[in-house]
Design a protein around this ligand. Structure first.
Ligand code: 5GP
Length: 215
């Protein structure tokens, strides 16, 4: 039995900004080399430690809007005043090559992917911070401008409000612990009956063996 070809999982991680989802997404790809991290496009300026094509594709608003018109995004949304979107080409290429993909995106993007042609293979996971104070401290360490940081804090509850739209909701008390919970979710989702190839044939074989020996 093995995973069906072209049946990769789309693993959506959402949380308020600063709750640890991008670290978790990268950890997931390290844990299993068949998992790819979706690289988004954005109109937000790059941070000092970010690289073009690795962390994001940094685009002007004009280029981003052209791509929207050309239907190059699987989903897109305005988050904290900037545009963010998932290029569809890369996703289709990963799925063709039988990879699972993890997305670090907000609730608006998550909802669009859950309603897309890939909806059968979507798993959605919401990460809650252990407290609002912990979120505030994480955001302060990031090096964003004061204005951007306070905007993110103001919007954090807007994101949290959507927790019930997700299949799984985890609290990031401890990164290692929450990562191990996510890994278990992925293992269990991969083993779902609908995702296993060759099960019917296998059960048919068991039936024949039973009938020829015990009837
Ligand atoms: P940041 O600017 O901190 O990298 O990301 C800000 C927020 O935008 C985060 O909540 C992140 O999950 C979300 N985000 C990043 N990429 C995308 C995307 O492609 N689509 C959507 N909808 N949200 C995204």
């Amino acid at each position: 039995m093995y995973k069906k070809p072209q049946d990769g999982l789309l693993i959506i991680l959402s949380s308020p900004s600063g709750a640890g989802k991008s670290t978790l997404a990268k950890q997931l790809a390290k844990w299993d080399s068949s998992i790819r991290v979706s690289i988004s496009a954005t109109t937000r300026p790059a941070r000092d430690n970010e690289q073009e094509g690795k962390d994001y594709f940094f685009l002007t608003e004009e280029k981003f809007k052209n791509k929207i018109n050309n239907r190059e995004f699987l989903e897109y949304a305005t988050v904290f005043g900037n545009l963010y979107g998932t290029p569809v080409n890369y996703i289709e290429q990963c799925l063709r090559n039988n990879h699972d993909i993890v997305f670090d995106i907000d609730w608006q993007g998550g909802s669009q992917i859950k309603n897309s042609k890939f909806k059968e293979n979507v798993i959605s996971i919401f990460i809650l911070p252990p407290s609002i104070k912990a979120l505030d401290e994480r955001l302060r360490r990031r090096g964003d401008s004061h204005a951007m940081m306070s905007r993110r804090m103001q919007d954090c509850y807007e994101e949290i409000k959507h927790w019930k739209d997700y299949d799984y909701v985890l609290v990031n008390n401890q990164l290692d612990e929450v990562f191990s919970q996510i890994a278990k979710i992925v293992i269990a989702e991969r083993l779902k009956r609908k995702r296993m190839c060759g099960l019917s044939d296998f059960v048919e074989k068991l039936k024949k063996e039973f009938e020829s020996n015990y009837r």
